[in-house]
Design a protein around this ligand. Structure first.
Ligand code: HXC
Length: 518
């Protein structure tokens, strides 16, 4: 070959690689309502920014006839590009090549971009669409998975790791996404499970289909494995880009502040009216969040899971902030096992990536009952307590209404290094609610009263308790609350609080690692 022929040969090889498993399989992929691995990359990254690595890698297996079949790139497309001008590394499994199954060389390609992402200090995005371990590769495939897992673990808390599941993700393959910060699943076209329906049937006799066992709905509502359920891949891709907007490139950088055209001193009169007079009545915490964040934008994590707590990214004067808020509209905003786990993981992610945390409190306490106790609410509740206490990022807390008992301590209280703790005048910060307190303290006396007098006595005692304890001023008296603020002023006060404490430093003692109650 002369030089011109060599150049033509390169162009031809690139074209061959671009076709993956061939046009027929690409067509089949589209028929299923899925994009190809390459299309996904081009949609995720800024136009023209993708640079591919290892396009000419091929598998090295000689088992079961696979030695006769080779595809340039071997079923995974890897490289780097930019999102909003910031470098990211990416890999995208190509279902058109051996069903996107993972070979030794496939794993090596992924490990290479993960290593580069770590060296550079840039996020890594993984697109999953794979039949799992490549059967012909045997233990080399298992070893390849473990190499990826190890890198996921080392990268955890160092660079943002985002996983999108846009097809099958089964067996041990599920554990790579599970180790990452964000898991996005596309509705109806993706599934994740450790063992598929056939094995489930054989081992347990249970008959269940793929969607019910591990579809996006299940993981978004029941298991909590998925942080986002996207209507389709387009939405999933938008979510990848959106998540990274709030995250820094790595744990040594701060999140990027953007220009904000929403006035910082915007007063929200509706907030002065939002708390119902009746403490048993609910309101929607999301109304509060939308009215105080920039441009009413909240990127909510696990929206359909443990709805009694809200977690999500928002901005205040263009600064990314993680919002954690009890939701009185769902189970009265109680802290239960799932809510504790959900919020704990979110708080730790924010802390790992220097994202300040705003906590909005309206919590009646921990969920009582044997199901919760036997399920380990003690350990799970401790996760959230631990996460807040360990976090060194700026923490602002606003108590809107109830803040009772252990849940008061847990929800970013002053003593857990809450930096600035505000309360609305409607706050009730106490050991327990008036009803419970009167029952405990007065039961002997109440039982001795004739029934016609008991009700009036209880009412009187509850009122007495409410006046004494169910307010923010007891806590403010001791300095546990820094200020009682007018609700309509909350946006301004929160922004000023974060600006004031932006440079604050908290440290944890040197240690190998903590022993969070997992
Ligand atoms: C090799 C595979 C493959 C695999 C699919 N293919 N999975 N090749 N190893 N694991 C190939 C098929 O032979 C086929 O090749 C092409 O990919 C597309 O597969 P189809 O079956 O035609 O596609 P579809 O009907 O859409 O079904 C997709 C599927 C099914 C549900 C993923 O292929 C499947 O069940 N695959 C096996 C899944 C599995 O059991 N994997 C191992 C899990 S254990 P042609 O040439 O016809 O296009 C595991 C352990 C990991 O992963 C452990 C980590 C610690």
């Amino acid at each position: 070959m002369n030089n011109q022929e060599k150049i033509q040969d390169l162009i031809q090889k690139r074209q061959e690689a671009a076709l993956g498993g061939g046009e027929k399989r690409i067509e089949a992929q589209h028929q299923k309502g899925k994009y190809t691995a390459r299309e996904r990359i081009h949609m995720i990254l800024d136009d023209g920014s993708f640079e591919e690595f290892d396009m000419f890698v091929q598998h090295r297996s000689h088992n079961l006839g696979i030695e006769k079949e080779h595809y340039l790139g071997d079923g995974v497309i890897t490289g780097h590009g930019t999102i909003d001008g910031r470098i990211v590394f990416i890999y995208s499994q190509d279902f058109t090549v051996f069903g996107g199954s993972l070979s030794e060389t496939f794993a090596q390609k992924i490990c290479k971009v993960m290593d580069m992402a770590m060296k550079v200090g840039a996020p890594i995005i993984g697109i999953n669409d794979s039949g799992g371990a490549r059967i012909q590769e045997g233990v080399n495939s298992l070893a390849g998975y473990a190499e990826i897992f190890q890198r996921n673990i080392m990268a955890s808390g160092v660079i943002p790791q985002i996983s999108a599941i846009f097809g099958p993700c089964a067996g041990g393959a599920v554990y790579s996404p599970a180790l990452t910060d964000v898991v996005i699943m596309s509705n109806n076209t993706s599934y994740m499970f450790v063992t598929g329906p056939k094995v489930v049937k054989t081992v347990t006799g249970e008959q269940i289909d793929t969607e019910e066992l591990g579809g996006a709905s299940v993981h978004a509502t029941k298991s909590g494995v998925a942080h986002f359920r996207a209507d389709d891949e387009d939405e999933g891709i938008m979510l990848i880009r959106k998540c990274l907007e709030y995250m820094p490139q790595n744990n040594l950088e701060e999140p990027i502040q953007t220009v904000c055209d929403d006035p910082i001193d915007r007063l929200e009169d509706t907030l002065n009216e939002i708390i119902p007079e009746n403490p048993m009545e609910a309101y929607d915490m999301k109304d509060v969040i939308y009215s105080i964040v920039d441009s009413q934008e909240l990127l909510e994590f696990q929206r359909h899971y443990a709805k009694n707590i809200i977690t999500g990214f928002a901005k205040f004067d263009g600064m990314p902030v993680g919002v954690v808020a009890n939701q009185p509209n769902y189970l009265a905003g109680v802290l239960d096992i799932n809510a504790s786990r959900k919020a704990a993981r979110f708080v730790r992610m924010c802390d790992a990536f220097n994202i300040p945390i705003l906590t909005l409190v309206d919590v009646p306490g921990f969920m009582p009952g044997s199901r919760q106790e036997h399920g380990g609410i003690i350990t799970h509740g401790a996760k959230l307590l631990f996460a807040y206490g360990e976090a060194t990022v700026p923490k602002v807390t606003v108590t809107l209404r109830k803040s009772y008992g252990g849940a008061h301590d847990v929800m970013s209280s002053k003593q857990l290094r809450g930096d600035l703790n505000y309360a609305w005048p409607t706050a009730e910060i106490a050991v327990m609610g008036p009803k419970g307190a009167v029952e405990v303290l007065e039961s002997r006396h109440i039982n001795a009263l004739p029934p016609e007098e008991a009700a009036e006595y209880i009412r009187k005692k509850e009122q007495e308790y409410t006046e004494k304890f169910a307010n923010p001023y007891e806590a403010a008296k001791f300095g546990y609350i820094d200020d009682v603020i007018e609700p309509r002023n909350t946006r301004f006060r929160v922004i000023r609080a974060f600006k004031t404490i932006a440079g604050k430093k908290d440290t944890n003692p040197p240690k190998k690692h903590c022993n969070i109650p997992l």
